[in-house]
Design a binder for this molecule. Sequence first.
Ligand code: 6R9
Length: 657
Amino acid sequence: MSEDTTTAGATGDALENLSTENRHFPPSAEFAANAVIKAGEYEAANADHAAYWGKQARELLTWSKPFTKTLDWTNPPFATWFEDGEINAAYNALDRHVEAGNGDRVAIHFEGEPGDTRTYTYAQLTDEVKKAANAFEALGLAKGDRVAVYLPMIPEAVITLLACARIGAIHSVVFGGFSAEALRSRIDDAEAKLVVTADGTFRRGKPSALKPAVDEALTASGHSVEHVVVVKRNGEDVNWVEGRDKWWDDTVGAAASEHTAVGHPAEHPLFILYTSGTTGKPKGILHTTGGYLTQTAYTHRAVFDLHPETDVFWCTADVGWVTGHSYVTYAPLVNGATQVMYEGTPDSPHQGRFWEIVEKYKVSILYTAPTAIRTFMKWGEDIPAKYDLSSIRVLGSVGEPINPEAWMWYRRVIGNDVAPVVDTWWQTETGAIMIAPLPGITSAKPGSAQTPLPGIAVDVVDELGAPVPDGHGGYLVIREPWPAMLRGIWGDNERYKDTYWSRFDDMYFAGDGAKKDEDGDVWLLGRVDDVMNISGHRLSTTEIESALVSHPSVAEAAVVGAADETTGQAVVAFVILRGSAVDDPDIVTTLRNHVGHEIGPIAKPKTILVVPELPKTRSGKIMRRLLKDIAEGREAGDSSTLADNTVMNQISDSLKK
Ligand code: 6R9
């Protein structure tokens, strides 16, 4: 880890705050007595981790061919789980619940942003997925083909993903907030044959288009896409390419609802999901079927104390992120739960929308992100106070560290001072939750994810890979393979080894800083690399820098994530302009829009500072640490290793003007 990429400053501050945290919230006797996972589970798992996961795989899933092997780790870092078994993910999420007599149970309560609603029972959702599977096959899609999915949060997103899984096609969801450019690079990398999209969606009461980005992404010749299936959602006019484009209603709508699911090998790829790394090029994280389904289903049940007959689960994540894969598309349905799916933003048409939805559907388990919680805090507690939130039983948090104050507010205001809060740490790469309290067992501590789940071996180590003693901080690692672990980076095994398995011997390096407190509980402290976390979304500093320098007016750019009260971090860019751009009064707006066009609106810098120079080491590395000091309004720290030590003064002088 080079000096300029660590976040030692921020980590140090976080440690200060944590040392004063001594509040504890044990489960009530009643909660503990009715909990799905009871005391003794860690011990049961510790006897033999692989055997424990084998037991979960058999109990939670239906296999068309039972496996005889659990873990194979003879070729690290490439693991296989349940390798000789066969399973169909869609059958597990759908058909088997109908066959078991639960076809009338609601699978999805959909709430559109404009207020339109749809309800799908398990029987209805099964029919829709079968139709989509038939339609996709009729378009020439076969097992192993890739499908790019560029959809809003509407039921067709879940239907598309499950239809792909059913026929063994590999989905690659691209978040609807990403640009045509980002979509194109992901389509090309995975060589997708089909794109599923919509005319658009709604954002804060207005139609917002998606199809034009697909058209733009497919203008270049030589791409792999044969067909584009378009869901009609907002009714706006769209361009149409005859032969290539098909309306969802004309293809899926017209298809037969009979379709037999066959088992796929447990290690058959289920999906690719691109995520930002420390370099400019996003990584296509590859997940396979059996292990992924096992751990997502297990964690959904254990961490949220799911009782599928009575609970109503709502995960607010978009399907464009891993949370929307694991805890919207797969786990809730595999577990036969009833869930809410919401298309829009929390403030449309008013700031009480989330609580209105909780009241309307009697949501009992809510899973959202700290950035949303901090926004609700800012809006004030009189807003949730207007709604009946008494159905809430368990509250989950994911995406970034949750500060103790937000945790306390969440529990008190949304959880009526009784609902356990579970802070869940995991990553696109881990596939499923890895560290979290178990609500019927753990005495919860505000702000800490606390304990690796049964069967998961997490540790915090120092620079050299030695475990740190309790009370100390270091790097978060995972010591053993786990069922939902990524199986690689699409098309790039070397990068997989380099990124995750080369920093420490025989350990997975997560890229996060962490601390063990005096009880041995784990506290997450944020990234230790060049990955930023904006509202729980991962963005790479390098990727945004590349976007900035691709503009003709920019000579050089450096990007940092600066602490932000609401979004956790905010993107701050320092740019050196070329020639006459210096006199252009609109340059900042131009550059923000350029980044929006290159990557997507979420990547637009909150602040762009025009500077004459950037601080660099003698080897030419930008010292982001110093820029971060400026961006966070601090006196810049030690700059003795700069190649030119007048640079920091030049920068601060230029910013005063
Ligand atoms: C699920 C998801 C992963 C990165 C991860 C870490 C941060 C996620 C967290 C958390 C502290 C938590 N992160 N959950 N940090 N506490 N409970 O968010 O996946 O988008 O891949 O991001 O998010 O830094 O490394 P992904």
